[in-house]
Design a protein. Structure first.
Length: 189
């Protein structure tokens, strides 16, 4: 008996991102495989399990092409595995993606649309890099803020006098206790 396997992926380990939207669309599947990992990574445990479980006549159902893969090369490799098992791939939102019929146009569209998805991802990455560069040129600092030297010096001086606890020094200087401990460790105090 042929099965319909759903595949879902979300890009982050952040608990605020949920599978709910995809799950609602894949509710008629016999089994749903879930990956919580970036699509740019090829090592996706649930996808690998799905591909391993596929039998002839089965269908892999996805919500959209970007949930399955972020590169044309990877997408074509996944489709090739699905085809080699005698199964097919269908997308709910990308109606053109349906490998269940032997239509040469399917492979062409798959290649073109996969290429477009790859290009879109690279454009997004490029825009992010440009935005970061512009922000940095305007003085925006990225990453963890550096402790101000004057505050650090005051904290170290107060600590050396042994008149205040680290908690009190943190309140006086506005530095965190972790920063004070880190600076003390660096200085060898």
């Amino acid at each position: 008996m042929a099965n319909i396997y759903g595949y879902m992926r979300i890009s982050t380990l952040n608990e605020s991102q949920k599978f709910d939207r995809q799950e609602a669309q894949l509710k008629d599947c016999n089994h749903i495989y879930r990956d919580r990992i970036s699509g740019s990574k090829r090592e996706r445990p649930a996808l690998n399990a799905l591909l391993e479980d596929l039998q002839e006549g089965d269908t892999v159902l996805i919500v959209s092409i970007d949930r399955l893969s972020r590169s044309t090369k990877d997408l074509l490799a996944i489709v090739e595995v699905i085809d080699s098992k005698g199964a097919c791939l269908k997308s709910i939102n990308d109606s053109w993606l349906d490998t269940s019929s032997d239509n040469p146009m399917n492979e062409f569209l798959l290649t073109v649309m996969g290429g477009l998805a790859t290009m879109e991802r690279k454009q997004i990455q490029s825009r992010v890099k440009e935005g970061v560069a512009v922000a940095q040129s305007k003085g925006v600092q990225f990453g963890r803020p550096k402790a101000r030297t004057a505050k650090v010096e005051l904290a170290l001086e107060l600590y050396s006098k042994r008149e205040h606890t680290v908690k009190e020094i943190a309140e006086i200087t506005g530095l965190s206790r972790a920063t004070i401990y880190n600076k003390l460790k660096e200085k060898g105090s």
